[in-house]
Design a protein around this ligand. Structure first.
Ligand SMILES: [Zn+2]
Length: 185
């Protein structure tokens, strides 16, 4: 059997209903991700988290495209509480920490020990990665593409996604499939 891992992207409060960048299908995404993790208790779960300094370049005040979000030390940067029972600190990877660099992909995210997501997936012997989270068109897409490029098999769990824009979401899924990423329920 293939060694698998689940990568949960940005299931954090600023992307969930009530947050500064609340996404479509965000609460459903959290609930479906929890269900999926429960169904596969033996599979390691890695969390990717947007984790910005207050002056991050992607924020409108700095000339970027987004409202301020996921600022380090705020509630908006915390993982949804429903997922906390599955969080292991060494398997949480932070991205967007440098004020000058936008980072949609979790691939280069680092844990507290400075290890990258890719590095830890390798250490776990992972061959197949299931990706869930928010948002389909940005961080889920880029994380999945980078994992595929690095040689992992990647399956995106469609029911476990949230998105910024309905049209963007619907257009992203066939693009991912064309690249060799499986999109499954
Ligand atoms: Zn961000």
């Amino acid at each position: 059997m293939m060694e698998t891992a689940i990568v949960v992207v940005d299931e954090i409060y600023d992307f969930i209903t009530g947050g500064s960048m609340a996404c479509i299908h965000s609460e459903e995404s959290v609930a479906a991700t929890v269900e999926n993790i429960r169904r596969h208790p033996e599979v390691p779960v890695l969390f990717v988290c947007d984790h910005h300094p207050a002056n991050h370049c992607s924020f409108k005040e700095q000339g970027g495209p987004w409202p301020s979000h996921c600022v380090q030390g705020t509630h908006g940067a915390e993982i949804a509480k429903e997922l906390l029972p599955f969080v292991r600190e060494e398997l949480v990877f932070y991205k967007g920490c440098d004020p000058a660099i936008e980072q949609y992909s979790g691939f280069d995210g680092r844990n507290e020990a400075g290890q990258s997501l890719a590095e830890v997936l390798e250490l776990l012997g992972t061959e197949l990665v299931f990706v869930t989270g928010i948002a389909t068109e940005f961080c889920v897409k880029e994380t999945s593409e980078d994992l595929l490029k690095a040689g992992f098999k990647v399956s995106v769990l469609k029911d476990c996604l949230g998105w910024v824009d309905q049209d963007g979401h619907e257009k992203s899924l066939p693009l991912l499939e064309a690249e060799g990423i499986r999109v499954i329920s």
